[in-house]
Design a protein around this ligand. Structure first.
Ligand SMILES: O=C(O)CCC(=O)C(=O)O
Ligand SMILES: [Fe+2]
Length: 194
């Protein structure tokens, strides 16, 4: 959910992410692709709802001290998730990934322990192709085609909502941006699982 007419907020957040990454306020970190294909760069916020912590590479600071890019991202995700679902899902964390130089996120599922059933991600920057495939393993020629369930383009300002634990249980997803892109993903994680 987004579109040219409602993207002033996304423009601002994208600019803030880049400014705050440049000036050191937001310490984005890159991981070697082979070692951590899932997350290339991440920044994580533990929100106001339960634990009230902002976390970055294992260190935590209160959400209110999180860079404004991350806080605004959370606000926009909440707003657009409400429009998409008719209710505001419970989120207490934002995980941000920056894709540079042809990086992509290969097929994975977000079914980590303690993760809530609704995950919503805000796309910033270049378009990306997102694919959903059945999680069930199928081998042999043409298997990819059979298992491919959904292919969509994520555009700047779009908020994609994965609603329900069954999404992670039954499907894996992959994201392949065209160029520089940042994704801010809001999730709910039980306090015990940090
Ligand atoms: O880049 C995206 O839009 C989604 C990222 C993702 O799937 C994840 O962080 O688990
Ligand atoms: Fe994911």
């Amino acid at each position: 959910m987004g579109g040219a007419t409602v993207n002033a907020a996304a423009d601002k957040i994208f600019r803030l992410y880049q400014e705050q990454a440049l000036n050191g306020g937001l310490l984005l970190r890159r991981y070697p692709l082979q070692k951590n294909p899932h997350l290339l760069t991440f920044y994580s916020v533990r929100g106001i709802l339960l634990s009230n912590y902002f976390s970055h590479n294992g260190n935590t600071v209160p959400l209110l001290e999180a860079p404004s890019a991350v806080q605004h991202a959370m606000d926009l995700i909440r707003l657009r998730s409400l429009k998409a679902l008719g209710r505001t899902p419970e989120f207490n964390e934002v995980l941000s990934a920056a894709y540079l130089n042809n990086q992509k996120m290969s097929f994975h599922t977000d079914d980590e322990m303690g993760l809530g059933p609704t995950i919503a991600s805000l796309s910033l920057g270049s378009d990306a192709v997102m694919r959903f495939r059945l999680r069930r393993c199928k081998k042999g020629p043409g298997a990819d085609k059979v298992l491919l369930h959904l292919k969509l383009t994520l555009r700047h300002g779009d908020v994609l909502v994965m609603d329900g634990a069954h999404v992670q249980k039954n499907y894996v997803h992959a994201v392949e941006p065209v160029d520089l892109r940042i994704a801010a993903t809001a999730r709910f994680i039980s306090p015990g699982e940090s």
